[in-house]
Ligand binder design. Structure first.
Ligand SMILES: NC(=O)c1ccc[n+]([C@@H]2O[C@H](COP(=O)([O-])OP(=O)(O)OC[C@H]3O[C@@H](n4cnc5c(N)ncnc54)[C@H](O)[C@@H]3O)[C@@H](O)[C@H]2O)c1
Length: 217
């Protein structure tokens, strides 16, 4: 299952956290993985062809809405949304040209589905990703390119370490999440490996929620 031998994959923001977990999962399934930065030209030169793109890089700075500056808004849009556009267009063009199909997996968030205090800018970008995912899936279906998203709940990563180190916050998750624990990068990585695989050929335009049941209540 989820056989990825011979596949070239790019994972953005893959140096740590969820991206790192996804990179490990893809390598374990046989893929060659390039950990990418926002500079898409770098990737093209190093890799030539790409079968799988995982748009994972993202930031989530918390700020009350009335205090968000235009600069902060532009930065989060640039990293979380424009980065997804740039990488998808660059990799998508290569996939179309090669005529061998492909898989694009976008890491959204449950912040695309429910609101969170202090995260209006973040919620906007993640909601944007799910809309982008559906529209791009439609455009690229004829080329046998699947485009899906994953919406993780609270996942323990370097980015959330400070928040999770607060015993009260952690206890709060245990109460709110039916699975009684925060998620780990491998929880998200397993979903990404599926969506990157041949087994997901008939799944496109979807957002797979990986949140221990948090948002079903
Ligand atoms: N951790 C969670 O609870 C959670 C929940 C839902 C969604 N997500 C999403 O998952 C993704 C990864 O989150 P994480 O918690 O693993 O983050 P993290 O901060 O632990 O790691 C993020 C990685 O992305 C890289 N990165 C950040 N900005 C970048 C940029 N501009 N260009 C290239 N790389 C960049 C960082 O260097 C780092 O290696 C993000 O898109 C985030 O919004 C996380």
């Amino acid at each position: 299952m989820f056989e990825l031998h011979g596949k070239n994959a790019i994972v953005t923001g893959g140096a740590k956290g969820i991206g790192r977990g996804i990179a490990h999962a893809l390598v374990n399934q046989g893929a060659r993985v390039l950990l990418a930065d926002l500079d898409r030209r770098e990737c093209a030169e190093d890799f030539g062809s790409v079968d799988i793109l995982v748009n994972n890089a993202g930031i989530y700075p918390s700020r009350p809405f009335l205090q968000i500056t235009q600069r902060e808004w532009d930065r989060i849009v640039a990293v979380n949304l424009t980065g997804v556009f740039n990488f998808s267009q660059s990799a998508g063009a290569r996939m179309v040209k090669r005529k061998k199909g492909g898989k694009i997996v976008n890491i959204a968030s449950i912040a695309a589905l429910v609101g969170f205090n202090g995260l209006t800018h973040y919620c906007a970008t993640k909601g944007g990703i799910t809309g982008f995912t559906r529209a791009l899936a439609l455009e690229l279906a004829g080329q046998k390119i699947n485009v899906n998203a994953i919406a993780p709940g609270a996942i323990e990563t370097p980015g959330t370490a400070k928040m999770m180190s607060d015993a009260k916050v952690k206890a709060g998750f245990e109460q709110m999440v039916p699975w009684k624990r925060p998620g780990a990068p491998h929880d998200v990585a397993a979903a990404a490996a599926f969506l990157a695989s041949h087994e997901a050929d008939y799944v496109t335009g979807q957002t797979l929620v990986v949140d221990g049941g948090w948002t079903i209540q």
